[in-house]
Design a protein around this ligand. Structure first.
Ligand SMILES: [Zn+2]
Length: 217
């Protein structure tokens, strides 16, 4: 069993190996972070942003919460997005869901799990918005479809935030993407919702929803 002591041992070994293979790596990081990417993902321990994408320390700015939800009253998420866009000038923001997400499944089935019920209510809103679509699918396909739909809706939430509206109005080049990760195969899927302007938000949405339905159909 892994102990806390092991974590420090692994950390020292990792830092030594990094310094051995790439001398100066850490002193370079001290100067600044200049990531091109922001990751908005689920807190689930099986979906680590850096490992999945092969990105190193300093290369991706990460915000994670239960079921990768972006809520307009969530100062934590919005502050992270604003910092990423205005200060770091990231070029890509990825909203990344994952199949088998406990938060999405709880939302689909209306299960009560505690304090998070209030958070998951946002995903139930997604479920209710796409009720007819979800009900047209075989019951065992609905969870995966809701994972995709949740990502698509959260891309919209990022895109209509004041941060993105202002950035795009100023001509800043930043694209918001919607991806889903397969815990079962380790692969990322692009959900076809890569938005780089307020206009493309509206034009891409219907096709992305239709694709989510087709994937699950
Ligand atoms: Zn999850």
């Amino acid at each position: 069993m892994t102990t806390i002591r092991d974590l420090f041992d692994h950390n020292r070994a990792w830092a030594a190996e990094m310094e051995r293979t790439r001398p100066g790596f850490f002193t370079g990081l001290v100067k600044q972070q200049r990531p091109k990417f922001m990751w908005i993902g689920c807190s689930d321990s099986r979906v680590p942003a850096n490992q999945i994408t092969g990105l190193e320390p300093g290369e991706v700015f990460v915000h994670r919460n239960v079921a990768n939800v972006v809520v307009h009253s969530d100062l934590n998420a919005l502050s992270a997005i604003q910092f990423a866009v205005e200060m770091l000038k990231v070029e890509h923001i990825m909203v990344v869901g994952h199949y088998g997400c406990g938060g999405v499944m709880a939302a689909l089935h209306g299960s009560r799990i505690g304090l998070a019920d209030n958070w998951i209510r946002h995903i139930q809103d997604v479920r209710d918005r796409h009720k007819a679509l979800l009900e047209s699918l075989a019951p065992e396909r609905r969870a995966d479809a809701l994972v995709d739909l949740n990502v698509i809706e959260q891309v919209v939430n990022v895109g209509v935030s004041t941060v993105m509206v202002d950035a795009w109005a100023k001509g800043q080049k930043v694209t918001v993407h919607g991806w889903a990760f397969g815990v079962h195969d380790g692969l990322l899927q692009d959900l076809g919702m890569s938005v780089s302007s307020t206009e493309s938000l509206e034009s891409l949405y219907p096709a992305a929803v239709a694709r989510a339905a087709a994937r699950a159909g």
